[in-house]
Design a binder for this molecule. Sequence first.
Ligand SMILES: Cc1cc2nc3c(=O)[nH]c(=O)nc-3n(C[C@H](O)[C@H](O)[C@H](O)COP(=O)(O)O)c2cc1C
Length: 193
Amino acid sequence: MTKKVSIVFHSVCGNNFLIAKEFYKEFESQGAEVKMFRVNDPNLEELAKQFTIAGQYKNEMLSIDEASPEKLLDSDIILMGSPTYYGNVSGAMKSFMDAFSPYWTGASFWGKKLFAFSTCANGQGGGDMCLNAINIFGQHMGMTNVPVPSNLVSGQSFPAYGLLHYVGDYSNMRPSGFTLMAVKAMTERLLEL
Ligand SMILES: Cc1cc2nc3c(=O)[nH]c(=O)nc-3n(C[C@H](O)[C@H](O)[C@H](O)COP(=O)(O)O)c2cc1C
């Protein structure tokens, strides 16, 4: 049966958006029914005025359907991607998570698969804690967290907690190379489940 996949991202400088788009492309080419949603960020317009990098994908991101918990109810697999802010998810992603409370009480998301992705500046940035914040949210919703297998991409290691990409101090190191290989391989793994 065709798997229904939803990819939810928050992004300011474009990196989580690019990873979400890459997942979308892979799920589509591997035969899934896939949708992509952006988390509402009331500060995006203002940030794009202040930082050139935040303006680069702004219009493309804003053209994507806004996420709501309700829109994810028919998904078999949900991917959630957030920039790492202070070793956690961004405020916009946290607000989105908090909007699940009506669905939490009824365990409406129980049994769905959840896969986390994030970006952070570098290896000391606490990106794994952001991934775990997404995973812990998933557990509260009764979802099944999907880990990254240790042999996902030969010769490359990723946290078990999800896909993490380092963007550097200026958030301008775009996902490429091993990250894109990991997206493709992880899509295959998720569709095997
Ligand atoms: C408020 C704020 C807090 C941040 N905190 C961290 C952090 O704790 N660790 C880190 O490595 N990077 C941190 N960063 C950098 C972001 O992780 C980086 O801008 C983000 O991964 C880029 O993702 P995006 O291109 O999808 O917006 C922070 C950035 C902002 C604006």
